[in-house]
Design a protein around this ligand. Structure first.
Ligand code: F6P
Length: 342
């Protein structure tokens, strides 16, 4: 059997570890022929492939990015997109596709499965907002990077008696902000699931000043919004899945704090540093387990499913139970974090 692999959406550390696992078990154990699909769904739409043999998949376990490339191409936004995908898959002799992606890329996999393309999904996103799985790979690495940033910001904020705000990714969820904020001892964590009140944030800073702590560290998720307000948008142009570019909430908060409290404030937007580079050991292992489980699903003929982790067990869930159901943070964990605010 000839099996294609694609990675779509924003990259996440661990994509190459998934590819390596799928290729190794696919070729060595099942005797499949593997083919790489370039740049997510774009490669199938335009018929662009690359050979994926054991050599191509070796030495890539610790590498960030994706050896296949990625894109936010939505075939359903292209004329005859779905038909072209089916035609190109058939022309290339691809009988099944392992789709590594988040909500958007897997949403396409779900729709294409219903049209007859045999797909198996692998959950990827640093945001960890995908339903059906406790964790997506890439998230652990993003949290580790954000935590290190917080440790570093602490020492400079303390030396200068400043407030420093770290804006992290996560789109409409606060997983990265919450877990990095907890691990990094943030004095306030602002997440989309809990609209913030700027007066409350100022109160935390004041409380610290009373205790002689003349600096504060605030973590804010890019999608956090003030009570009664909207998210702060970097650009209103939308991608093929209809997403605007979030960003700027850190600067909004920084200016408000300076205005209200007269305390020197700095803002750091962590941005794509959270997505680039080598995956942590946890993500390498999770990505490897996902890759092995995905090729096993192909072998079992269990299409229209996504591999997932529940507890420490790798399971499979129907794509239909994943799509359109965003996972949000556990507010009990937020309550634990809030014990340390102010
Ligand atoms: O979905 C992953 C993510 O990193 C989000 O956290 C972020 O909003 C978005 O992608 C940024 O994407 P890009 O800059 O690649 O368009």
């Amino acid at each position: 059997m000839k099996v294609g692999i694609l990675s779509g959406g924003g990259d996440a550390p661990g994509i190459n570890a998934v590819i390596r696992a799928v290729v190794r078990k696919g070729i060595q154990h099942y005797g499949y022929e593997m083919v790489g699909i370039k740049d997510g769904w774009r490669g199938l739409l335009e018929g662009e492939f690359l050979p994926l043999d054991l050599k191509a998949a070796s030495g890539i376990l610790p590498r960030g990015g994706s050896i296949l490339g990625t894109s936010r191409t939505n075939p359903f936004k292209h004329e005859r997109g779905a038909e072209k995908i089916l035609e190109n898959a058939e022309k290339a002799g691809i009988e099944a596709v392992v789709v590594i992606g988040g909500e958007d890329t897997l949403g396409v996999a779900y729709k294409m499965s219903k049209l007859g393309l045999k797909c198996v999904g692998v959950p990827k996103t640093i945001d960890n907002d995908l339903a059906g799985t406790d964790y997506t790979f890439g998230f652990h690495t993003a949290v580790a990077i954000a935590t290190e940033a917080l440790d570093r910001l602490h020492t400079t904020a303390e030396a200068h008696h400043r407030v420093i705000i770290l804006e992290v990714m996560g789109r409409y969820t606060g997983f990265i902000a919450l877990e990095a904020g907890l691990a990094g001892g943030a004095d306030a964590i602002l997440i989309p699931e809990k609209p913030f009140d700027i007066d409350e944030v100022c109160e935390y800073i004041k409380r610290r000043q009373v205790r002689g702590r003349n600096f504060s560290i605030i973590v804010v998720a890019e999608g956090a919004k003030p009570k009664g307000g909207a998210e702060i948008v970097y650009s209103k142009s939308v991608d093929e899945f209809g997403h605007i570019r979030l960003g700027g909430v850190g600067y909004y908060i920084g200016k408000e704090i300076e205005k209200r409290m007269g305390i020197e404030t700095r803002v750091v937007v962590l941005g794509h540093l959270q997505r680039g580079g080598s995956p942590t050991a946890f993500d390498r292992i999770l990505a490897t387990r996902f890759g092995i489980a995905a090729i096993d699903l192909v072998h079992e003929g269990k299409f229209g499913y996504m591999v997932a982790i529940k507890g420490n067990e790798i399971i499979s869930v129907p794509l239909k139970d994943v799509i359109g159901k965003r996972k949000t943070v556990n507010l009990e964990l937020y309550d634990i974090a809030s014990v340390f605010f102010g």
